[in-house]
Design a protein around this ligand. Structure first.
Ligand code: ADE
Length: 311
């Protein structure tokens, strides 16, 4: 079959050494937990193609972490090496792999994760993100929200081109795995896992993390379904998180019940203040039949168009 239109990194990017001396990396403080361990803020000297010190985010796995976590971070690294930079996907800057612990250096993204960013935009004292019927206050315009939405779809669209050829799956697409940078640009992070999606182990873990994130997926209960379309479903939940300014999906519902309800056709109702057109897009992402869900490139086009209508 023809090779999909994938933007592989130029050869020099794939073959050049990303390796950095451990002594040139300074961990300053832990800023979060990633899929495979923790993320620190720090600085690195002598990065490939950069002189001087650069502020970086350092992804690492604790020394006593399970081997599978180390393998996951390693495969995320290998995947990143092959990607040509995309504005909406976190960019690799270097790595330390010659000795343990493995360090993966990526661009430091100023405003942290999108979920926190959305919730902060409500103001300091708002804690009503658990009630979708209360219209949240926010300092963000609906145009800005649409821009976040299409940028995430665009990044996913880019990653899903690789997915076709490399079985790249995003473990857990959710607002907390999207970072917000300067000029309010969204960047997808924690997307690595260039492993065989048939691997049962992944399936189990995927189900577990998604349950934790309340990103319940009907296919998570259906062993036969392809993994690929889980992401379109998750994207619908991200749209819900964006349009409710950091709301919690399936508010006041218990994990196990949600799964059963979804299988019976239940979907999150439209919060009153959410735009009809946007809600329709979420519902399209939550179609039972994976084949009928919109593709990420369709979603990008549709949401870009909506952004422009919000002028
Ligand atoms: N949290 C997790 N990854 C990050 C990054 N690359 N930049 C800033 N905060 C982060």
């Amino acid at each position: 079959s023809p090779v999909p239109n994938v933007e592989y990194a130029p050869l020099d990017m794939r073959t050049r050494s990303w390796e950095v001396e451990r002594n040139d990396v300074k961990v300053e403080k832990i800023i979060g937990k990633g899929a495979f361990g923790q993320v620190a803020k720090g600085t690195a000297k002598n990065l490939p193609l950069r002189s001087g010190a650069t502020i970086v985010a350092i992804k690492m796995v604790k020394a006593n972490a399970p081997e599978s976590d180390k393998r996951d971070l390693k495969s995320e690294l290998e995947l990143m090496k092959t990607l040509k930079p995309h504005p909406n996907v976190i960019k690799l800057l270097g790595c330390v792999t010659e000795s343990e612990p493995l360090l993966v250096l990526v661009e430091y993204v100023l405003y942290g994760d999108l979920l926190g960013y959305l919730r902060k935009s409500r103001g300091l004292n708002d804690t009503y993100y658990k009630d979708p019927d209360i219209k949240p206050k926010t300092s963000l315009t609906s145009r800005q929200l649409m821009k976040f939405a299409w940028q995430i779809a665009d990044g996913m669209s880019y990653l899903s081109l690789r997915k076709a050829s490399l079985s790249v799956v995003h473990r857990d697409l959710a607002a907390r795995n999207v970072l917000v940078g300067e000029t309010e640009i969204c960047k997808i992070t924690d997307f690595g896992m260039a492993r065989d999606v048939q691997d049962e182990n992944i399936y189990e873990r995927k189900t577990k993390t998604t349950l934790q994130g309340r990103q319940l997926l009907t296919e998570a209960l259906d062993q036969d379904t392809k993994h690929v379309s889980l992401l379109e479903w998750s994207y619908g939940v991200v749209l819900y998180e964006i349009s409710t300014i950091g709301g919690s999906p399936y508010p006041r519902m218990e994990g196990r019940k949600i799964a059963t309800l979804l299988q019976q056709g239940y979907r999150m109702p439209k919060p009153e203040h959410v735009d009809n057109e946007l809600y329709q897009i979420m519902m399209n992402c939550w179609q039972s039949e994976p084949e009928t869900r919109p593709s990420f490139s369709d979603l990008t086009q549709q949401l870009k168009h909506m952004e422009n209508q919000h002028k």
